[in-house]
Design a protein around this ligand. Structure first.
Ligand SMILES: NC(=O)c1ccc[n+]([C@@H]2O[C@H](COP(=O)([O-])OP(=O)(O)OC[C@H]3O[C@@H](n4cnc5c(N)ncnc54)[C@H](OP(=O)(O)O)[C@@H]3O)[C@@H](O)[C@H]2O)c1
Length: 300
């Protein structure tokens, strides 16, 4: 029998940059001890949600073995690390909705962006946390997808799960393609957004129409890059996996930010909120993974 996975996280740095007015998440005792600390977000008063991004990368910055068919998901980068998937589940619990690019959905069509899907071992603890926050009383999760083309694999199981509200943000042309495909299940919501102001509009609609205060962006790097270039990402939760993936022109493996380049004077800067590590029980020592939580600071 395999042993249930149990995350072992220890804190190296926890220098919260937030003030006394910020909202304490008040993790339940169980989650507090698993995460080795609390999580604080600022109060959301703006017309846009507070946006977290979550990724795992190799030490050389690669986020997918994209050229290796069937092994191109994020799990291969983390080596299916227990602490990484626990943090993914924790963030999905605290967020009101998860947003993913259409390409990630096309590459991982069997995935569901819920806490228990990624880390079933802590399902009860995640549900207790949701109840404590009195969010999503109906027990419903919101998974949102962004596509310009309207090319969406509607046969993916996420679209038929009664516990997940699915919203697809697309352009007028994308919506036309979806309609013509005749594949969209009735329960899937389509939101049509102008291409020019796409990213900002998506966030405005999520906040105003769906009451999303905390949004979790789970990639991929093209969608992350486009939101980042519009100064819309507030935090990056980044796991650094202790491997080197390498790269070449032929393999063309993606790094964390794709499709955007920043001038040296305009590059977003990162400030550490917390840094944690895994604990290696066998060796009784610091593990080799690092779990960073960064605040993003955009130059004027
Ligand atoms: N290591 C990790 O933590 C991690 C996390 C997530 C994903 N991944 C990996 O990343 C890879 C996929 O990443 P990706 O960068 O190719 O794709 P992506 O960011 O997941 O999706 C890109 C697609 O999103 C749509 N889109 C909508 N609005 C957009 C905008 N403003 N800018 C750009 N795209 C927009 C477009 O879809 P249409 O083509 O339909 O128009 C575009 O092709 C996969 O291998 C996945 O496993 C890794």
């Amino acid at each position: 029998m395999t042993k249930p996975k149990h995350p072992k996280i220890k804190t190296l740095v926890d220098g919260s940059l937030f003030t006394k007015q910020d909202v304490r998440q008040n993790l339940t005792n169980h989650l507090f001890s698993l995460f080795d600390g609390d999580i604080v977000f600022p109060e959301v008063l703006s017309e846009s949600p507070y946006v977290l991004a979550n990724f795992v990368k190799t030490v050389d910055g690669i986020i997918s073995f994209s050229d290796v068919k069937g092994r191109d998901g994020g799990g291969e980068i983390s080596g299916f690390n227990t602490e990484d998937v626990f943090i993914m589940g924790l963030l999905r619990t605290l967020a009101d909705a998860v947003l993913v690019g259409a390409n990630t959905l096309r590459i991982e069509p069997k995935h569901k962006w819920t806490p228990e899907f990624i880390f079933p071992e802590a399902k009860v603890a995640f549900q207790e946390q949701k109840q404590r926050e009195k969010i999503n009383k109906k027990g419903e999760y919101i998974n949102t997808f962004v596509t310009l083309s309207g090319s969406v694999p509607f046969e993916a199981p996420v679209f038929s799960d009664p516990n997940i509200k699915t919203i697809v943000f697309t352009t007028k042309d994308g919506a036309e393609n979806i309609k013509n495909s005749g594949q969209k299940p009735d329960n899937v919501i389509i939101e049509i957004v102008f291409k020019d102001n796409f990213e900002k509009e998506v966030l405005r609609i999520l906040r105003q129409k769906y009451s999303v205060k905390i949004l979790l962006v789970e990639g991929g790097p093209k969608v992350f890059g486009s939101f980042l270039s519009h100064n819309l990402i507030n935090e990056i939760w980044l796991t650094e996996s202790p491997i080197l993936a390498g790269n070449s022109r032929e393999a063309n493996r993606p790094t964390l930010v794709m499709g955007e380049v920043f001038h040296p004077d305009k590059a977003p800067k990162l400030k550490i909120i917390s840094e944690k590590y895994n604990f290696d029980e066998k060796e009784n020592s610091t593990g080799d993974y690092r779990y960073f939580r960064y605040k993003v600071v955009y130059p004027e």
